[in-house]
Design a protein around this ligand. Structure first.
Ligand code: COA
Length: 435
């Protein structure tokens, strides 16, 4: 115990001193959301802003702090951001040309970290050290273990507000090169406003989910609304990429107890958690939640082991063949693939499983149909026509798996907004999809 404390004190320093160790051309890695280290990054950005650094690259996943290299164009080339997924900061910087995006299935990122890159430092926010000298990686397991294996140095921010995940990734003080204490409040996701359309869609999907199912909910208002619509179900389980507020709600109201899962019975499984303080309090010292590496959690071969696996994700548009875009509006970058396709595949391989891709039928105040004859030129196809299962809008469900192109077009037009159905039928006939 004393040894670990001594080591801890010896490693303790300031963000400025850690930033002073950074050299030109360093590659720095950070994991998702609340696992990021805003104080260390700000101190490095300050040096870059003063022209003391060049060519520093920082990889992020979901950025949730206002990270300087995504906000300040003048840092480009001095300290540049590379996102594996996206979020407001990265999205805007990428579309403005002063940050870059690395396409990947989330589950493959640990492999790329181990094989494609040499990291000079991994920066991560952790919970306070336990009596054995371990820090919990708290809210993100994700790809942190790959980073710990690969990075030359590990810099940490120890934060008393980070929960301790008892079934999650850990880091030992002997592996740490430098630490600071930074007891800031963890970032929170603003509560999603559940409008009438989301609630309608959530209700339609909930009707398809049997008691005892195992669920994954993706990012956005509709997955959240579906979560809320499941409160009357029984014996649900959770195997998901991101652990969200609606899942805590489902556990606390008794709808989720994980009692009928085939793997990790009695436990909710996730790879990272992000939401409100309620989530962080729930994780703390709780053996009923396992935060495990993404190459395990998001592997379709693992996902499908639970019977009745149900995945619910959002999208930006879909064409009449059932090709789903969840990442761009035309060529404008919006997001990454994340785990969408892994959960579509994992759910469809599971006994009794189903996958739902859901969205409001229109965007931009009803002026644009999200069901389109063809994807907007430049749009990214996230889920292919061969993988897609159910598409859902507020007008109903279209089951596409196994259907011909003509049948797909018919089913999709039937759930498009009524204002666009004639135009879609005309375009489908013009292309010979419908006669
Ligand atoms: N054409 C033009 N604009 C569109 C559009 C379309 N077809 N569809 C949506 N938009 C606009 C919206 O108007 C909104 O604009 P605003 O920010 O100016 O209001 C913006 O794009 C976001 O749309 P919205 O429907 O609110 O998105 P969301 O928050 O529900 O997120 C995804 C949807 C697809 C971006 C999100 O689910 C995602 O990142 N998915 C990635 C992959 C994935 O599913 N991973 C799952 C595992 S977690």
């Amino acid at each position: 115990m004393t040894d670990f404390k001594t080591l801890y004190e010896a490693r303790k320093t300031t963000a400025q001193e850690l930033a002073a160790r950074v050299e030109d051309g360093w590659l720095i890695g950070m994991d998702a959301a609340a696992a990021q280290t805003p104080a260390i990054i700000s101190a490095i950005a300050e040096r870059a802003g003063q022209d003391q650094l060049r060519g520093v690259k920082v990889q992020t996943l979901l950025d949730v702090y206002p990270l300087e290299f995504y906000a300040d164009k003048s840092l480009y080339g001095k300290m540049t951001g590379y996102s594996w997924f996206s979020s407001a900061g990265a999205r805007s910087a990428i579309n403005s040309g002063f940050a870059d995006f690395i396409p990947a299935y989330y589950r493959d990122i640990p492999k790329y970290i181990r094989t494609c890159y040499d990291y000079d430092a991994f920066c991560v926010s952790v919970s306070p050290m336990d009596k054995h000298g371990y820090f919990s990686l708290a809210t993100a397991s994700s790809y942190s273990e790959a980073m710990i294996d690969k990075a030359k140095r590990i810099f940490i921010e120890v934060n008393v507000n980070q929960p301790r995940a008892v079934c999650g990734s850990r880091l030992h003080i002997s592996q740490v090169d430098g630490l600071i204490e930074n007891n800031i409040e963890l970032p929170v996701l603003p509560p999603v406003k559940l409008d009438e359309v989301s609630v309608t869609i959530g209700g339609l999907i909930a009707e398809q989910i049997p008691d005892g199912a195992c669920i994954q909910l993706g990012i956005g208002a509709i997955p959240d609304a579906t979560g809320m619509a499941l409160k009357t179900k029984k014996d649900l389980g959770i195997h998901t990429e991101m652990f969200t507020d609606s899942m805590v709600e489902l556990i606390e109201c008794g709808a989720v107890n994980n009692s009928r899962k085939q793997i990790h019975r009695g436990q909710s499984v996730t790879t990272f958690a992000f939401g409100s303080k309620r989530i962080y309090d729930f994780i703390d010292d709780n053996p009923a939640i396992a935060l495990l590496p993404v190459d395990y959690v998001n592997n379709p071969e693992v996902i499908c082991k639970n019977d009745n696996m149900i995945s619910i994700n959002a999208a930006l548009e879909v064409d009449l063949w059932g090709q789903v875009c969840a990442e761009s509006v035309g060529t404008k970058h919006m997001s990454g693939s994340g785990g969408q396709i892994d959960y579509v595949r994992g759910a469809c391989q599971s006994k009794g499983g189903k996958s739902f891709i859901a969205f409001s039928s229109t965007a931009k105040g009803g002026t644009i149909s999200k069901i389109k004859p063809i994807l907007t030129p430049g749009a990214v196809c996230t889920t292919s026509k061969n993988d897609v299962d159910y598409i859902v809008t507020e007008y109903g469900l279209a089951h596409l798996r196994g259907c011909s192109l003509g049948e797909r077009a018919k089913r999709l037009i039937a759930i498009a907004h009524p204002d666009f159905r004639d135009e879609l039928s005309f375009e489908a006939k013009k292309r010979g999809i419908l006669v």
